[in-house]
Write a protein that binds this ligand. Sequence first.
Ligand code: GLC
Length: 430
Amino acid sequence: MSNELINRAIKIIEKNDFGTYTIPTEKLYPFQWNWDSCLVSLGIAHSNEDRAWTEIETLFEHQWSDGMLPHIIFHERDDGYFPGPEVWGTNTAVATSGISQPPIAGFVIYQLFKNAQDKSMAKERASKLLPLVAAWHDWFFEFRDPASTGLVSIIHPWESGRDNSSDWDEALDRVPSNELINYPRKDTKHINPIQRPTNKEYGKYMALVELFKKHKWNNKVLHDVSPFQVVDPGFNAILIKSCFEIGCLANELGFSEISEKSFSQSKKSLSALETLWNESEGQYSCFDRKSKTLIKSHSIGCILPIFANIPKERADSIVSTILKLEKECKYLIPSHSPVADKFDSSRYWRGPAWLITNYITIIGLKQSNNSKLAERIINDSITLVEKSGFAEYYDPITGDPCGGKTFSWTAAMVIVFLKYKSNTMLQRDS
Ligand code: GLC
């Protein structure tokens, strides 16, 4: 069974492969997305290490001169997606969006390096990528944390990767909505609109894009002019982990300056993350930098910090929080708690389960010695795919597929999970 599933997963990634990059899925997302590519490369690496490195290299070929790594690279024209390159108007050689996405590349590169069969190729390719990733991390600390608190803001919900999470609702209230403008949305032509953001949300997303474009995508001013500045604990945890991992990689490759700086960035941010801990909820909270308030929410973003090396007692509390969610839905992990007011089981990031956030949580559970719960989440993930195919996301109550079909990162996570399972079985047998 598992070989059959792995083969199906490989076929999906091959179908979405454009030679040097992989699209998330046809029609809905016909370009290269930043954190999708990174996570997809982990799946590709199991059958083709060379191609896995290329995936990340292609992404970094489009890094901005200030260090920013864009969230979309519009390699080839395709009218199936809105907002396309002309709307962003970033004026790059190959068109890109003007915002970024969760910085998982550093973590992924170290994974590719550690698990490589071809060590000399890994050394050569990781050495070239290392300074680029370090520059991207520096960019975050310089431009998204102007007060040097150790924590970075996202200035657009799309940067979080959890686009329409209810975590952003209050901060988005401050953004004037362009909802009356009839944007030519394409997503709702491909997907049932009840599984996508509302027009009101889209109006706000577009208002932010237009504001940043008015400021010519100048990162020196964007953070401060943005009415939306939110510190997302999940996003910061990914940055903390990536800084730590490239610190280790740089150490092994003999880049001592990058190593020291990355460890110190990771250390400073990890201690700043403590300011977001919410003891009564047993998880972290998002922070609205404009209103200076913690955002009350029960989202996966507040659980993801287990991915960073948080203190043991924090990890234990997060495990209890996940175990509560286990009683509230059939399939872990919902992107919002099913008992929260705004929970919506099929709408994008307002409730559904996603295999990529499962993966990030699983890494955290494994490193904090919670392998049993990690295995439970792996099993749920596989069951979802067996039941409902390689969907973009899943209803955590019914297990029904939602969003796009034949999704690359879902396929990649299946490969990674099934390999884990067979390794664990091997360890048990020996
Ligand atoms: C959606 C997701 C985002 C992802 C993109 C492409 O916008 O919210 O995280 O990168 O789709 O799959």
